[in-house]
Design a protein around this ligand. Structure first.
Ligand SMILES: [Zn+2]
Length: 380
């Protein structure tokens, strides 16, 4: 991707439409959404600032609680004013992230193209086939040899040197054991051709693109909404600063993304879902062994467990990493298993009782950071 840092004071300036203007524009936007056949969203760092993650291009005197963007901080060389910043792994998806989940589930939205590497779209519940993460995802690593992807519950980017992508982990496949690399695209590096091609295919199909929280200054990403406009589709931009694509947009809304999306959802009579952490485990058991596999919604490996402790009679078996495979179990009685998680959202350990007659089972584990309660359900 190519860097294009904001340079002039005018480009850093933030604009705010009045409430009446926002209401009028949202009403028009909702009409466009209801008429569209292939509505896509294009998202930038501005949808994650309300989660406490600073963006790249906000000016030093921004109204955002996350303070100036990364480039401005570098340029100003003085401590930034910030009232809200959280560690990226602890960030809770914003109202915008959660509303997009509902818009997708209700058939309004067809695809999301994102410039963000914070992984919040996947965390919010957007399935990977409905998402093009142009610049990568800090929770994803890929095998250099067999290309197998692994999603983790920890930031896999280990080096401050942007040229180093090795994560230090190896492929789980015993026949492969290739080196794993992160998929972050730094400035000067080429985008993954599969990802950018899919994003362009979605743009070509799209008759409406809602670009939210992006200054639309980084290419080739910014060519996605441009492509929609070029093919005759409508582009609506929600951003505090002006963007180079304002002139080809059908409408520009200068307001916070969360404010706009709340009004959109209200007019569509849709609820914004409450964020919860969704995990799955697969259990395989026979008379002599027990295997517990943490998986994602597609059944692919997802290492969100820190450790698993199994009580077998009087013995306590514990494996910290790897496949969670326990041999020489009694397995004739119910087995008590204690799962420990990474705990980014303060999620406590969870005790699961595996019945003696269990052979194979998939469990859904849902945790609400609001209530602090795990909900366990069998998946059939
Ligand atoms: Zn491999």
């Amino acid at each position: 991707m190519a860097s294009s840092a904001i340079k002039t004071e005018d480009e850093k300036k933030e604009f705010f439409d009045s409430d009446e203007v926002v209401d009028r524009k949202v009403h028009k936007l909702v009409k466009m959404i209801l008429k569209s056949k292939h509505f896509i969203a294009f998202t930038g760092a501005g949808i994650s600032t309300s989660c406490g993650i600073p963006d790249f291009r906000s000016g030093y005197n921004t109204v955002l609680p996350t303070g100036p963007g990364a480039w401005e901080e570098l340029a100003q060389k003085k401590p930034p004013k910030r009232s809200k910043v959280v560690h990226i792994t602890e960030a809770i998806p914003s109202k915008t992230h959660m509303a997009l989940v509902s818009l997708l589930q209700n058939g309004h939205l067809k695809h999301i193209v994102s410039q963000n590497v914070d992984g919040l779209h996947r965390k919010s519940g957007i399935p990977k086939n409905a998402l093009s993460e142009l610049h990568g995802n800090i929770y994803l690593e890929k095998c250099k040899v067999c290309n197998k992807e692994y999603i983790r519950d920890v930031d896999v980017v280990t080096s401050n040197d942007a040229r180093v992508h090795l994560t230090g982990n190896k492929c789980d496949n015993i026949d492969c054991q290739g080196d794993l690399v992160d998929n972050i695209i730094n400035f000067g590096e080429n985008l993954d051709s599969n990802v950018i091609n899919r994003a362009f295919r979605e743009a070509e199909l799209s008759d409406l693109c809602l670009a939210m929280g992006s200054s639309l200054r980084v290419n080739p990403a910014a060519r996605i909404p441009k492509e929609v406009a070029k093919k005759g589709g409508k582009v609506v931009i929600v951003n505090l600063q002006k963007t180079p694509l304002d002139s080809c947009a059908k409408m520009v809304i200068h307001a916070f993304c969360d404010v706009v999306i709340e009004k959109v959802m209200r007019e569509l009579r849709l609820q914004i879902p409450i964020f919860s952490i969704q995990r799955f485990i697969r259990i395989n058991k026979n008379e002599r062994s027990l295997e517990i596999k943490p998986i994602d919604e597609d059944g692919e490996p997802f290492s969100f467990l820190k450790s698993v402790r199994v009580k077998d009679g009087e013995k306590s078996l514990r494996i910290c990493k790897g496949q969670y495979f326990f041999e020489a179990l009694t397995c004739k009685e119910d087995i008590r298993v204690k799962l420990r998680f990474q705990g980014h959202y303060g999620e406590p350990s969870l005790k699961v009782l595996i019945p003696s007659d269990c052979v194979e089972e998939k469990l859904s584990l849902k945790y609400s950071p609001m209530t602090g309660i795990w909900e366990v359900n069998r998946v059939y």
